[in-house]
Design a protein around this ligand. Structure first.
Ligand code: AQP
Length: 348
C-alpha cells in the first residue's frame, strides 16, 4: 500500500494559525481570507488557533491568552461563521497531542531536520537550545490535520514543506500498519498572495514574529498606521512596468503589486497593466487606500468582539466540543490499529 485514494474520505478542510503574535496582512491574505472562501463554498471547514504550536517558542502566558482571543476575533471578523465552521483553540482538544505522540514515533529525525522552518528558526542560534517541540512541530501539525481525516489544507506557500511531511507521515503509517486509514492530504495554495513579503525586505516573508513592526501590517493597525507603513515600504526608483516580466528582479515592487491584486480581487498582471508607468509616489497611496478600505471594517469588528472575551471563550469551547466529537473516534481507531488496549472505552 503506497497511497490512499482520498475519494474514500469525505471532503473536509482543516487549517490553523498560531496565536504567537498579532495576525498580519500575510496571515489574512495567505490564510484567513481563503478560509472564508472555502467555508462559503460549502465544504466542511475546521479552523484552529494552534496554541500548542505557539509555545514551541517562549510565550508569555497572559499574552498567549490575549493573542488567542484576538486570533479568534480576527477569524470571526474576517467572515468565519462559528455556526458553519468549527472554530476552536487546539489545546482544548487533547486528541491533537495524543496523535502527535504516535506520529513522533512514525516520523524520522532526518525528516524533521530537513524542514526549512526549523533551519530558519534556529539559523545563527544554538540549535541545541531550541525546544524539542520546535523540532517536532511538523508531527503535531500532521496530527492536527489527520486527526480529522482532513483531505485539504489551505495554507500559504511557507507551509508547503510541512504539508508534504504530513503526507509522508500518513503514507508511512498506512504502510507500517498495512491499513488505508489516513488520507493523503492535499495542500491548497492558491491566490495572488500565497507569500506576502516583509515591507522592509522583499526577500523575507511578512511574519508576526519579525522584530520590526514596520515590516508588517497588523490586523489591529489603524488607518494612519497602515498608510504610514505602506508609504515607508521599501521600493525602488523605477516606475511600474507594463507587464509582470518587468518585476522579475524587483521583489519589493512585486510584493506591493501582489498585495494590491489580492486585496482588489484582480490578478497581478491586471494590476501592472492598469498602473503601467505609475511611480510608487502614486501607487502607494492607492494601495494604502485599498488596504484601509478592506482591513478597516475587520479591525473595527475585531475590536467590538474583543469587548466580550467571555463570548469568545464560549465560541471556542463550543467549537472544541464539535471538534472533539470528530477527532475522538478517529483517535480511538488509531490506538486500536497501533495495538493499544483501550479497556475503558471511549473517553470522549
Ligand atoms: N507572509 C505570509 N504570506 C502568506 N501566507 C502567510 N502565512 C503566514 N505568513 C504568511 C500563512 O498563515 C497561516 C498561519 O501561519 P502560522 O501562524 O501558523 O505561522 P507562520 O506561517 O510561521 O506565520 P508567521 O506569521 O511567520 O508566524 P511566526 O512569526 O510565529 O512564525 C499559514 O497558512 C501560513 O502559510
Amino acid at each position: 500500500m503506497t497511497d490512499t485514494p482520498n475519494a474514500a474520505f469525505k471532503p473536509r478542510i482543516f487549517s490553523g494559525i498560531q496565536p504567537s503574535g498579532g495576525l498580519t496582512l500575510g496571515n489574512y491574505l495567505g490564510a484567513l481570507k481563503r478560509f472564508v472562501e472555502k467555508q462559503d463554498e460549502g465544504i466542511e471547514t475546521i479552523y484552529c488557533l494552534v496554541d500548542m504550536h505557539a509555545i514551541t517558542v517562549w510565550q508569555d502566558p497572559e499574552r498567549l491568552r490575549r493573542q488567542t482571543r484576538e486570533g479568534a476575533a480576527a477569524f470571526i471578523a474576517a467572515g468565519i461563521d462559528p455556526a458553519r465552521s468549527i472554530l476552536f483553540n487546539q489545546s482544548q482538544v487533547s486528541a491533537h497531542a495524543e496523535l502527535a505522540w504516535i506520529f513522533n514515533c512514525v516520523a524520522r529525525m532526518g525528516w524533521m531536520g530537513r524542514m526549512t522552518q526549523w533551519k530558519d528558526k534556529t539559523a545563527g542560534k544554538n540549535a541545541e537550545a531550541a525546544s524539542l517541540g520546535l523540532f517536532a512541530y511538523p508531527a503535531l501539525m500532521a496530527a492536527d490535520i489527520l486527526v480529522y481525516h482532513a483531505t485539504m489544507v489551505p495554507v500559504g506557500e511557507d507551509q508547503k514543506q510541512h504539508l508534504e511531511l504530513t503526507r509522508d507521515i500518513a503514507i508511512k503509517f498506512n504502510n507500517d500498519y498495512k491499513v488505508d486509514f489516513f488520507p493523503v492530504t492535499e495542500p491548497v495554495i492558491e491566490g495572488e498572495a500565497t507569500r506576502v513579503m516583509s515591507l522592509r525586505d522583499g526577500t523575507k516573508k511578512m511574519s508576526k514574529s519579525d522584530p520590526s513592526d514596520q515590516s508588517r501590517i497588523n490586523l489591529t493597525d489603524d488607518a494612519d498606521t497602515i498608510a504610514a507603513k505602506i508609504r515607508k515600504a521599501k521600493t525602488d526608483p523605477e516606475p511600474l512596468p507594463e507587464t509582470l516580466e518587468g518585476l522579475r528582479d524587483r521583489p519589493e515592487a512585486r510584493n506591493l503589486v501582489n498585495i494590491y491584486a489580492a486585496l482588489s480581487g484582480m490578478t497581478a498582471a491586471q494590476v501592472v497593466a492598469e498602473n503601467a508607468g505609475a511611480q510608487f509616489g502614486t501607487f502607494k497611496p492607492k494601495l494604502a487606500e485599498l488596504a484601509v478600505a478592506k482591513l478597516g471594517p475587520i479591525t473595527a469588528e475585531m475590536n467590538r468582539l474583543l469587548q466580550d472575551p467571555a463570548e469568545i471563550d464560549r465560541i471556542l469551547g463550543q467549537g472544541a466540543d464539535r471538534a472533539e466529537a470528530i477527532a475522538r473516534p478517529i483517535l480511538d481507531k488509531v490506538y486500536d490499529i497501533v495495538g493499544m488496549i483501550r479497556s475503558r472505552g471511549s473517553r470522549g
